[in-house]
Ligand binder design. Structure first.
Ligand code: HEM
Length: 532
């Protein structure tokens, strides 16, 4: 008997055996399987005395609660938190995931227990980002990560927050933003004349990316540079794959099945790395230690001087130092572009709010000069609008996933070391216990009763940049960019939209949630160029 006919014979035996199995036997086998699964599950979840097990919905074998996440996990998990509380456990595939809601619980975890909750989980998609060496996404949260984060902070301080040499009253970042905001307004003027209406996102993304390019690489790109457009437009697909709760991160078999989306994600990361590596290579070739031009140069300098981190005695490799620029560039434009495109949408939907901001700008700044960062304290309504845009859109519905670095207890529940943690920022920003009419768009909620100053207590409730050890390193720059781009645009232009009723305000879920692209039109209020 040949080998193949032997196999065929055995297969036939199995098939004929299966056809003899009755429905009752199948049912019985399923019941036994489920009981064994339940016993194993409850055994594996024993918790130390004096602590509770994390509550949560019952998971199905193999797929866990994956189906309950739906297309909008931030909404489904907010609903679940109403049933199970601020600390709840779900299972995505076969992996347990802790979901945190409620501002006080999140503060307790990320601030009071900061060291315990600062880890990043080992996720499949995260390993594909930045060759697995990303400051933001890699699993490292030890001394090397701390030293790299300090380097990122210092680089941003030197090349963004430091005073500009050209204009003593402004910072470097302010100078870059103002220049790009001016280009953007001129581009919009040209588009109105040529086309009447336009997709603002397409142009805002280039201007915002140019600001971080100036700081990181000392260069800017034209609005029509196709190579640059190809790079900055990769973020939608990147955000969809890197979003919290992607089943491919939790169900191992999905990592081996052919997937167009995953192939594309690998491709996007390669393209992004190639783009940056080319610029870094050019920097190495023209580097002069006596004339450090930008963040890339300062990182090269750091790696060549082989400085040991004073705080931890850690020596970083060249790659660990230079790759920091990937994180700063990557994180530095998608977030701000998304914030500005949400802002423009809220403005065209609420023309009275737009009028109020413009009145405030006219009164405080007038038409003779451009807005400056130092005007912020004089523009409470504009600042309140920005805060409400952040809160209402909650376009970063979750922070980047965290994980625990040791066993701990939170709200009386035992939390094991290494569990993946999702922080639901959207829930906090729409929590009826914290906000009156949370679904209403109302900048006034951030103002004191006099309407002339910001209410600090309300401001601190909005959760946008994360909290604690992993809090966004670019927060000051991000806030400065949103303020200056927005005020420069609104000082000179009035935005509107045709058929506002047809506008779809439901966002697409992702790492950053975006609205579907739409066209706006604009009217020039006055031309700053003409008045200067
Ligand atoms: C409106 C703008 C921005 C928003 C809303 C935002 C929000 C966030 C959030 C929610 C996180 C994750 C925090 C966590 O995991 O707990 C984060 C991390 C980060 N952000 Fe931002 N961000 C913005 C702008 C920027 C800018 C302009 C830069 C760089 C110049 C930047 C650099 C980073 C980096 C490097 C991290 C990773 C920090 C780490 O893992 O230690 N962000 N940001």
């Amino acid at each position: 008997m040949s080998f193949s006919s032997g196999i065929t014979g055995k297969m036939m035996n199995v098939v004929s055996y299966l056809s003899e199995v009755s429905a009752t036997e199948v049912l019985l086998a399923s019941v036994v399987f489920s009981v064994v699964f339940l016993i194993l599950k409850s055994y594996s979840q024993r918790v130390p005395p004096g602590t509770k097990r994390m509550p949560g919905p019952f998971p199905l074998p193999l797929i866990g609660n994956t189906l309950s996440l739906s297309k909008n996990p931030h909404l489904s998990l907010t609903k679940m938190s109403e049933v199970y509380g601020d600390v709840l456990q779900i299972q995505i595939g076969t992996k347990p995931v802790l979901v945190l809601s409620g501002l006080e619980t999140i503060r307790e975890a990320l601030i009071k227990q900061g060291e315990v909750f600062m880890g990043r989980p080992d996720l499949f998609t995260f390993r594909l980002i930045g060759d697995g060496q990303s400051l933001t996404f890699s699993q490292d949260s030890g001394e090397v990560w701390k030293a790299r984060r300090r380097l990122a902070h210092n680089a941003l301080k030197t090349f963004a927050i430091a005073p500009s040499l050209t204009y003593s009253s402004t910072s470097l970042v302010e100078e870059h933003i103002c220049r790009e905001a001016d280009y953007l307004v001129r581009k919009f003027q040209q588009l109105i004349e040529e086309q009447g209406e336009f997709d603002p996102y397409r142009y805002v993304v280039v201007s915002v990316a140019n600001v971080i390019c100036a700081m990181c690489f000392g260069r800017r790109y034209n609005h029509d540079d196709q190579n640059f457009l190809d790079i900055v437009n990769l973020t939608d697909e990147f955000g969809a794959a890197a979003a919290s709760g992607n089943p491919a991160d939790f169900i191992p078999i999905l990592q081996y099945l052919p997937s167009r989306a995953m192939n594309r994600f690998v491709d996007i990361n390669k393209k992004f790395m190639n783009f940056i590596q080319k610029i870094v290579h050019e920097h190495y070739q023209t580097y002069d230690k006596n004339a450090v031009r930008d963040i890339t140069d300062s990182l090269i300098q750091h790696s060549q001087e082989r400085k040991v981190d004073e705080n931890s005695n850690v020596q970083l490799s060249d790659k660990q130092i230079i790759n920091i620029v990937n994180d700063l560039f990557g994180a530095g434009f998608d977030t701000v572009t998304t914030a500005l495109s949400w802002s423009l949408t809220y403005l065209v939907v609420n023309p009275k709010i737009q009028d109020k901001i413009q009145n405030e700008l006219d009164q405080v700044i007038g038409r003779e000069r451009r807005p400056k960062l130092s005007d912020r304290s004089q523009l409470p309504y504009t600042e309140a609008f920005i805060l409400e845009m952040f809160r209402h859109s909650s376009f970063l519905p979750f922070t980047i996933p965290h994980c625990t670095t040791s066993d701990t207890v939170l709200n009386g529940c035992f939390i094991p070391k290494g569990i993946c943690v999702l922080i639901n920022q959207w829930q906090v920003n729409h929590d009826p216990k914290l906000w009156k009419d949370p679904f209403k768009f109302s900048p006034e909620r951030f103002l004191n009763e006099d309407g002339l100053s910001l209410n600090k207590t309300e401001m601190e409730k909005a959760l946008i940049f994360g909290l604690g050890k992993r809090r966004c390193v670019g927060e000051a720059i991000g806030r400065a960019e949103v303020f200056l781009f927005l005020t420069t645009m609104l000082q000179q232009m009035q935005f509107s939209i045709q058929d506002v009723e047809k506008l779809d305000m439901s966002p697409q879920y992702g790492l950053t949630m975006k609205l579907k692209r739409h066209h706006v039109t604009a009217r020039l209020r006055f031309s700053m160029m003409a008045t200067q």
